[in-house]
Design a protein around this ligand. Structure first.
Ligand SMILES: NC(=O)c1ccc[n+]([C@@H]2O[C@H](COP(=O)([O-])OP(=O)(O)OC[C@H]3O[C@@H](n4cnc5c(N)ncnc54)[C@H](O)[C@@H]3O)[C@@H](O)[C@H]2O)c1
Length: 315
C-alpha cells in the first residue's frame, strides 16, 4: 500500500509520516513538500516540489496510491497576505490532486486537513462556541479556501472519485520548531518558549481563548478517519475535531503545573490590536457529537497537551 502525504515536512506532516512509517500495513510513504522531510526510513520516498505547480501535483498520484493525506497549505496569516499564492496552494493544488485521483480511477482515500477557520463569530461581540449545528462562515481567505476544498471533496466522494474525509482541526499544539504564518502561533509559543527557558511576549491578551488539540491526537484522528468504513461517515464528510477551550493564561498555568523542574522562561502580554480583533472572533471551543459518535479522539485537559509536548522534547 502506497500512501502520499503532502506538507510532509511541516509540523503535523512530520508527526503523521512518523506514525505511518511504524505501521506494518504501509509499504511505502511518499512524503512531499517544498522542502525535504527530515525523517529517514527505507519505506520513505521523499519528493521535493512546489505543489502549486499543477504538473508536480498531478504526478504525485497514480494507480498505486491507496491513500492521500493532503496537509500542504499556506496557513492563515500567509494566505491572507498573499491571496494569489493562497488560492494556488490551498485550493488549486487540492483540485489538481483530486483530478489526478480521478485519472487514476481507483477511488483512493483522500484525507484533508481543513480548519476551524471555516467558522467565525458574528459581529455582535458574542463568543463563538462551535457545535455540529454551527454554519461555516469564514472570516479569512484561508478559511474560505478550506471550505471550498471540503465542498469539492464531498462532491467527488458522492461521485465515487475518492473516499474523502475533511477534518476541521482546532489549533494544534505544540509546534516545536519555528513558527509558520499561523495567527494562532501564540498558543504553542507560550508552551515552547517557557519550556526552552526563553521569555515570550504574547501578542494577545491573557483572556484570549482558542480551541486547542495536541498534535498526537490530530495524528490519531487522521489514522482513525482512514480506518472508518466509508459508509459510516455519511454524506457530509467534513468533521470538526473537538478542541479544548484554552485562554493564554490557562495555557501558561498548565505549563507551570506540568513542567515543574524546568526553569521556565517568563511571559509578558503586549496585545496587538489587529491580531486581537481577529482572535476575538475565532472559535473558543469545538464540541461535536458527530465526531464523538465515530470515536474521534480529543485531549481530556490542557495538562495532557503540555505533557505530550514534554514527552517529545525531553525524552
Ligand atoms: N497547526 C494548526 O494549528 C492547524 C490548524 C488547523 C488546520 N491546520 C492544517 O493542517 C495542515 C498542516 O498544518 P501544519 O501546522 O503542519 O502547517 P505547516 O506550515 O507546518 O506545514 C505545511 C507544509 O506545507 C508545505 N507547503 C506550503 N506550500 C507548499 C507548496 N507550494 N508546495 C509544497 N509544499 C508546500 C510547507 O512547506 C509546510 O511544510 C495545513 O493544511 C493546515 O491548514 C493546521
Amino acid at each position: 500500500m502506497h500512501v502520499l502525504v503532502t506538507g510532509a515536512a511541516g509540523f503535523i506532516g512530520q508527526a503523521l509520516v512518523q506514525a505511518l512509517l511504524q505501521r506494518n500495513d504501509v509499504a511505502r510513504v511518499i512524503a512531499t513538500d517544498q522542502v525535504a522531510c527530515p525523517l529517514q526510513s527505507p519505506k520513505l520516498d521523499i519528493r521535493i516540489g512546489d505543489l502549486s505547480d499543477p504538473a508536480v501535483a498531478h504526478a504525485l498520484i497514480d494507480t498505486q496510491t491507496a491513500t492521500v493525506f493532503h496537509l500542504a497549505s499556506l496557513v492563515s496569516g500567509g494566505a491572507e497576505a498573499n491571496h494569489v499564492q493562497g488560492m494556488r496552494i490551498n485550493f488549486d493544488a487540492t483540485r489538481v490532486l483530486l483530478d489526478a485521483a480521478r485519472a487514476a480511477g481507483h477511488c483512493p482515500h483522500f484525507l484533508f486537513a481543513s480548519s476551524i477557520a471555516v467558522y467565525r463569530a458574528d459581529d455582535s461581540g458574542a463568543k463563538l462556541f462551535v457545535t455540529d449545528a454551527t454554519v461555516p462562515a469564514p472570516r479569512l481567505s484561508y478559511g474560505a479556501q478550506k471550505l471550498m476544498c471540503e465542498i469539492l471533496i464531498n462532491d467527488l466522494t458522492r461521485r465515487g472519485v475518492v473516499h474523502g474525509v475533511s477534518l476541521r482541526l482546532p489549533t494544534v499544539m505544540v509546534r516545536a520548531g519555528l513558527a509558520n504564518t499561523a495567527i494562532s502561533g501564540w498558543t504553542s509559543a507560550i508552551v515552547r518558549e517557557a519550556v526552552a527557558g526563553r521569555d515570550y511576549v504574547c501578542p494577545v491578551a491573557p483572556y484570549t481563548t482558542m480551541a486547542c488539540i495536541s498534535v498526537g491526537r490530530v495524528v490519531d484522528a487522521f489514522l482513525h478517519a482512514w480506518s472508518l468504513p466509508p459508509a459510516s461517515l455519511g454524506i457530509d464528510r467534513a468533521y470538526v475535531l473537538e478542541g479544548l477551550p484554552a485562554t493564554a493564561q490557562e495555557i501558561r498555568a498548565a505549563v507551570e503545573r506540568v513542567a515543574h523542574g524546568h526553569v521556565l522562561g517568563g511571559l509578558r502580554f503586549e496585545p496587538d490590536a489587529q491580531m486581537q480583533s481577529v482572535m476575538d472572533q475565532v472559535a473558543q471551543s469545538t464540541v461535536s457529537v458527530r465526531a464523538r459518535r465515530l470515536g474521534f479522539p480529543c485531549n481530556p485537559d490542557l495538562d495532557d497537551i503540555v505533557r505530550e509536548y514534554l514527552s517529545i522534547v525531553t525524552p
